[in-house]
Design a protein around this ligand. Structure first.
Ligand code: RTP
Ligand code: MG
Length: 141
């Protein structure tokens, strides 16, 4: 299986709950390595650009407002099948529908405040990683 990289964001709700370490433990437990990381307060323009694919959706403004409501923890995860593996760890978008034991089932409050973001495909992962990290600041270990 191929070694992949994916972009993960611990959203403002989970950062505020002080569960960054608990979420990192799940990444590490699944064999994913942190290849880059930084805590950041996104500007409205950054959040709008990052979620640009959802611009026409009814939830876009709420999503952007939520993503700038506090600091987020942004990381590149690297490992075998990292994109799908991270999506499995995250669980369904709506925490009410997320499988038991997933990050969203355990830490998310609602479909808006849903604890984590993860890239959904190889193409989006590459774009999202480049959005937050210059290539020289991502480290394979
Ligand atoms: P994400 O991009 O944050 O990892 O989440 P996702 O792939 O599971 O879901 P996506 O369809 O990409 O939607 C992005 C974020 O928008 C919010 N959303 N709200 N009210 C709604 O129907 C609705 N649908 C999506 C969620 O916070 C979701 O994470
Ligand atoms: Mg998505």
């Amino acid at each position: 299986m191929a070694i992949e990289r994916t972009l993960s964001i611990i959203k403002p709700d989970a950062v505020a709950k002080n569960v960054i370490g608990q979420i990192y433990a799940r990444f590490e437990g699944a064999g994913l390595k942190i290849a880059a990381a930084r805590l950041a307060q996104l500007s409205r323009a950054e959040a709008e650009a990052f979620y640009g694919v959802h611009k026409a959706r009814p939830f876009f403004n709420d999503l952007v407002s939520f993503m700038i409501s506090g600091p987020v923890m942004i990381q590149v995860l690297e490992g075998e099948n990292a994109i799908l593996k991270n999506r499995e760890l995250m669980g369904a978008t709506d925490p009410k529908k997320a499988d038991k034991g997933t990050i969203r089932a355990d830490f998310a409050d609602s479909i808006d405040a849903n604890a984590v973001h993860g890239s959904d495909a190889a193409e989006t992962a590459a774009v999202e990683i480049a959005f937050f990290f210059p290539a020289m600041s991502v480290y394979s270990r």
